[in-house]
Design a binder for this molecule. Structure first.
Ligand SMILES: Nc1ncnc2c1ncn2[C@@H]1O[C@H](COP(=O)(O)OP(=O)(O)OP(=O)(O)O)[C@@H](O)[C@H]1O
Ligand SMILES: [Mg+2]
Length: 259
């Protein structure tokens, strides 16, 4: 049975979809068979992030409603032969979408793939509960800012109460220069505040989307480390802060603040 991992955050816009897409690619590049499922039935955008918009015949909701089988809705990603997307589509009525039906479709995917990543909608409403209920593990994505941390903390507490699964923290949009200067929390401080073990740190990277998946951008290495941590059950952390500490680091920090 494949691992079913929800990528959630509480707060919107912290990078759930970006982490889902890039982690899915990194896992596939490491030899795993991976599907990224868009759990945001109302405001889908994983299809765009993964470059498969325009190739969708059926979506997750169609599978949930029995209009097609899970395999018929899957779209192969142009990024890797082992990488597939289970899209969601905008514009149909999702209010009545049934959590049990979604769990059944995600369960079918778990029989085909090594990893099923579920991109969770923002907030802690119906869509969140539905997506989370399909998972057996969770990545809590947060930015190193108080507002996103506060929401991540709410999600952790909510999950502990309602759907306790193994959880890990992924700190996204990390600025090593600011952490080294003491202006923002370090990833370790963040994970200790959340009481959820750190498994990944993704740096702020302007070229992150498809660029990271297609290689050459700085976040690609961080996603490869995160993927290896999940596969090998280890905890190496991509270091964004070290380069900005010590004598040369302080010069780099100064230069970054000027440029
Ligand atoms: N590490 C990063 N470096 C730079 N930009 C990033 C990074 N991660 C995400 N972004 C940008 O932040 C924006 C929001 O990202 P994304 O859509 O993945 O967030 P989300 O949590 O899925 O949002 P929503 O809650 O609306 O679903 C996007 O423009 C994305 O490119
Ligand atoms: Mg999203």
């Amino acid at each position: 049975m494949g691992r079913k991992i929800v990528i959630t955050s509480g707060k919107g816009g912290v990078g759930k979809t970006t982490v889902t897409a890039n982690l899915a690619y990194a896992l596939a590049a490491a030899g795993e068979r991976v599907v990224a499922a868009d759990g945001d039935l109302g405001l889908n955008n994983l299809d765009v992030a993964m470059g498969i918009e325009g190739k969708i015949s059926y979506d997750l909701f169609d599978c949930m409603e029995g209009r097609c089988r899970a395999k018929q809705a899957l779209v192969q990603s142009p990024w890797h032969k082992n990488l597939f997307v289970m899209p969601a589509c905008f514009g149909k009525n999702r209010k009545e979408a049934n959590a049990a039906a979604m769990r059944s479709v995600i369960g079918d995917l778990g029989r085909i793939f090594d990893f099923v990543l579920i991109d969770c909608p923002a907030g802690v409403g119906e869509g969140f509960r539905r997506a989370v209920s399909c998972s057996e593990e969770a990545l809590i994505v947060t930015n190193p800012h108080v507002s996103s941390l506060r929401d991540a903390d709410k999600v952790v507490n909510l999950m502990n109460e309602t759907h306790p699964v193994n959880m890990w923290t992924v700190v996204n949009r990390m600025r090593g220069d600011l952490a080294a200067a003491g202006e923002i929390l370090t990833p370790r401080e963040i994970s200790s505040l959340l009481s959820v073990e750190l498994i990944g740190v993704i740096p702020e990277d302007d070229g992150i989307l498809c660029g990271a998946a297609l290689g050459g951008k700085k976040s690609a290495r961080a996603f490869a480390v995160l993927a290896a941590n999940l596969i090998k059950n280890r905890r190496r952390i991509y270091d964004c802060v070290g380069a900005y500490t010590g004598f040369w680091g302080s010069i780099k920090r100064k230069l970054k603040s000027i440029l």
